[in-house]
Design a binder for this molecule. Structure first.
Ligand code: BGC
Length: 666
């Protein structure tokens, strides 16, 4: 097929081209163009097949861990592998573009879609998304960076306006998009909400920043039904409306004939759709046969292994062979609940049953492992199911494991959580079991921070399983029994309670969400104002113990590189996530106490020591100046903090920055 340009198309064809075909395709203009097929991600492929009789069938696909879990791996390698594996699902199902990843910041713990997003920190979110996109696109499948931008709650999401100052937008909410754009995603999706009063679909300034400042060279489409006025959206630079909307299309055609949209404006959008179509055609040629489903399951399992976070452990874990265990909680075994995941457009139609944790533990421990669900969850509430049996079993076993959590009725797209606690019955179950067995381990299946204050002190260990996907059962059983050493760390702070979160007072305003906390999102707030947290950003325990030493800084043209040693003083190999934060020692604008600028996950063998090297980006010390409308680095002294979490700083050193260049303090 000859490659067409806008000069080969009539105005009618161009108008049609920028309005999509049905739900999931770009128009082929009567066979003149290849059709591009798009489908949902980000935690697995969710492809709808619409039959002629109107029925919708969703294809069965591999269920990977949720993005919250992926981010808890702090592993670029895991993010890339997930992108590559997902490409396999897309290739198998003739999908050209996966509608993923979403890089919106977790401004508030209640956002119903937090499980789909990476982090409260823009650097962590952006760098992992960049790898995910590179993995996906290196296998010939396009990515779609979403939801652009300042889309941080679900409540009234179609109308509410995120009211955010420029500096906060640049440093927090736009930054992950900026970093992810380095991977050259073929497309981006605008959000539903308004930003400072203007719909994301009509936000010319936002689109200009994306294209001109972040170097985005793909096509921008709307979120599904996010377009109110197709003409205004096209004039702002929104290339494709999804899905096809007859009324919007007719109005666009009428507006064109009335001269309300110029040929130049129409050509700009249509030209970018043509570029997308041909880019996908080229990428299609790179696609190889998809890796087997078994291999993709292995990827799902490996990511789950690296994502599980050991929040607390008084020594009860790992479980030794021969330990008798009483497992309770419906999330532990096949039953009514299916695979625990968040709800909405990211929900994968998984073909398997939910895993059977008691059986997996039995195999590994070679001991008696009993199971009693004790509760069922329906909607947002859980109801008791013969809890006394579970209490008796807990009393007579060496260890009790309670599997608690949320699921798609509590965490889902289209609504936010009402609070951050477990359903009351689950909290009570934990307390009742802990009362009968001091060796109680709580395993949490959820997609965003939970308030653990009601029962945390009563239990011996807490394990964050997350929405761990189809490989999560094996991964969890291996971690509980010590075959795998836990190595995940939190990509979001677990606050003590909802009331202590920085956006508590302004989250659910009906029409306007004022981002009054500004830059103070997540640990930037808790650490600057010394607010108590349950588990800090970057926290996660291991069965190994790591000792940090010998920090050295190297300052060169490219910026600062830090080197230090991590020693594993235990008898088990383990992986340690080290974090690099910067802290300006004085400043003429407000700066949070610390900002993450680098991280590394390192395998250190038992008794061994590894030199870790992390290069900070050239702009590591910069902030966005509204006085000069650009990024600016003030001269001064900056402290470099090497931490095992944001609250567990192990090594520090200082550099002097002058005219944007760092040097060692003499
Ligand atoms: C969601 C998007 C999704 C789209 C298509 C929207 O409701 O916000 O994330 O890609 O639907 O399913």
């Amino acid at each position: 097929m000859k490659k067409l340009t806008t000069a080969d198309l009539t105005a009618e064809e161009k108008l049609r081209l920028i309005c999509s075909d049905g739900f999931w395709h770009t128009p082929d203009l009567g066979g003149k163009l290849p059709r591009v097929s798009v489908s949902d991600g980000p935690t697995g492929l969710r492809k709808e097949n619409r039959k002629d009789n109107g029925e919708v069938e969703t294809v069965r696909a591999v269920a990977y861990p949720a993005i919250q879990s992926l981010a808890n791996t702090w592993s670029r390698d895991c993010a890339r592998s997930m992108g590559e594996a997902l490409a396999g699902d897309c290739i198998e199902n003739d999908v050209d573009i996966l509608l993923a990843p979403g890089v919106n910041i977790k401004r508030n713990v209640l956002n119903g879609r937090n499980f789909e997003y990476f982090s409260e920190d823009p650097y962590l979110a952006g760098t992992l998304a960049r790898e995910y996109i590179e993995g996906l696109q290196s296998c010939g499948i396009g990515a779609c960076l979403k939801h652009y931008y300042a889309n941080n709650l679900e409540y009234n999401r179609l109308e509410q306006s995120s009211e955010v100052d420029e500096r906060t937008l640049r440093e927090i909410y736009l930054k992950p998009f900026q970093i992810a754009c380095e991977a050259k995603p073929v497309s981006a999706m605008c959000a539903y909400n308004r930003i400072n009063g203007v719909y994301a679909s009509e936000n010319k300034k936002g689109f200009r920043i994306l294209r001109e400042e972040f170097g985005f060279d793909g096509a921008i489409y709307s979120d599904w039904e996010a377009v109110r006025d197709r003409t205004a959206a096209a004039k702002a630079g929104l290339d494709i409306e999804f899905p096809f909307n007859q009324k919007n299309y007719e109005k666009l055609v009428a507006d064109y004939h009335a001269g309300l949209i110029s040929d130049e404006e129409l050509d700009a959008c249509a030209g970018r759709v043509l570029d997308l179509v041909y880019r996908c055609e080229e990428m299609g040629k790179q696609r190889k046969k998809a890796v087997s489903r078994e291999k993709r399951h292995e990827v799902a399992q490996r990511i789950a292994e690296e994502s599980i976070v050991l929040l607390k452990n008084d020594g009860v874990l790992p479980l030794a062979k021969g330990t008798s265990v009483a497992v309770s909680g419906e999330y532990a075994a096949p039953g009514r609940c299916g695979l625990v995941a968040g709800g909405g457009s990211s929900m994968v139609q998984w073909s398997g049953a939910f895993f059977d944790l008691p059986a997996l533990l039995r195999e590994r421990l070679d001991s008696e492992v009993k199971y009693e669900p004790a509760f069922w969850t329906k909607g947002i509430a859980s109801t008791w199911q013969k809890p006394h049996k579970a209490f008796l079993e807990a009393a007579e076993s060496d260890v009790a494991v309670v599997c608690a959590g949320t699921g798609s009725d509590i965490e889902y797209e289209g609504g936010d959580r009402e609070n951050m606690r477990l359903p009351a019955v689950q909290e009570n179950l934990i307390l009742e079991i802990a009362h009968r067995n001091p060796n109680t381990v709580v395993v949490l299946f959820a997609g965003s921070a939970l308030d653990v204050s009601a029962w945390e002190d009563s239990v011996a260990a807490i394990v964050w399983a997350g929405f761990c996907g189809e490989g999560g059962g094996e991964a969890l059983a291996d971690i509980l029994t010590g075959k795998v050493n836990p190595s995940g760390k939190l990509s979001e702070t677990f606050p003590v309670c909802l009331e202590s979160t920085p956006s508590y007072g302004t989250f659910n305003d009906a029409c306007v969400s004022r981002y009054e906390e500004g830059l103070d999102v997540g640990y930037r707030y808790y650490d600057t104002y010394h607010v108590e947290v349950a588990y800090p950003f970057g926290h996660g325990l291991s069965y190994s113990e790591f000792v940090y030493s010998d920090l050295k800084l190297f300052c060169g043209e490219g910026g600062v590189t830090v080197r230090f040693n991590v020693e594993n003083i235990s008898k088990q190999d383990g992986k340690e996530i080290s974090q690099v934060y910067i802290r300006p020692m004085q400043s003429f604008v407000y700066r949070p106490e610390k900002e993450l600028k680098g991280y590394a996950k390192t395998l250190v063998s038992a008794g061994g020591s590894v030199g870790v090297e992390i290069a900070l980006a050239a702009d590591a010390f910069a902030y966005y100046s509204t006085a000069t409308d650009g990024w600016r680095t003030d001269d001064g002294i900056y402290e470099i903090l090497i931490g095992a979490s944001s609250r567990d700083i192990r090594l520090t050193a200082k550099v002097k920055v002058e005219n944007g260049k760092a040097s060692l303090l003499s």
